[in-house]
Ligand binder design. Structure first.
Ligand code: TYC
Length: 101
C-alpha cells in the first residue's frame, strides 16, 4: 500500500469525434456497358442487382450518382478498386470520392 494518496484536481473529459465521412460517386461515360457497371457495383459495394441497376441508371441519366458513404480509407480503396475493374477491361469507368459537408 502507498504511504500517500493523491486526489486528481482536474476532471478529464474524453473528447471522441466521429470520423469524417466520404461519398463514393459514380460518374457516367458513353462507353462502359450498363451491365458491366451494374456488376462492378454489386461486387465492390455489396448491392443487389436491383440496387446496382438503380444506381447505374441514375448516373446514366443525371451524370453522377452517390453510391455509398464510408470513412476516407474505405471510400478511397473501394473507388480505386472499382475504377481499376473498368480499366482492366479498357473502359473509362470512373468512381471518385468527396467529403460529406
Ligand atoms: N452510359 C453508359 C452506356 O450507355 C452506361 C453507364 C452508366 C456508364 C453509368 C457509366 O457511371 C456509368 N453504355
Amino acid at each position: 500500500m502507498p504511504a500517500t494518496t493523491t486526489t486528481p484536481r482536474t476532471k478529464v473529459i474524453p473528447k471522441v469525434e466521429r470520423p469524417k465521412l466520404y461519398k463514393v460517386i459514380l460518374v457516367n461515360d458513353d462507353f462502359t456497358p450498363r451491365e458491366f457497371v451494374t456488376r462492378v457495383l454489386q461486387g465492390e459495394f455489396k448491392m443487389t442487382e436491383d440496387q446496382a441497376h438503380k444506381v447505374m441508371i441514375t448516373a446514366h441519366k443525371l451524370g453522377v450518382c452517390v453510391v455509398a458513404v464510408f470513412t476516407r480509407d474505405v471510400a478511397e480503396t473501394k473507388a480505386t478498386r472499382a475504377t481499376d475493374a473498368g480499366r482492366a477491361k479498357g473502359y473509362p469507368l470512373l468512381f471518385t470520392t468527396e467529403p460529406e459537408e
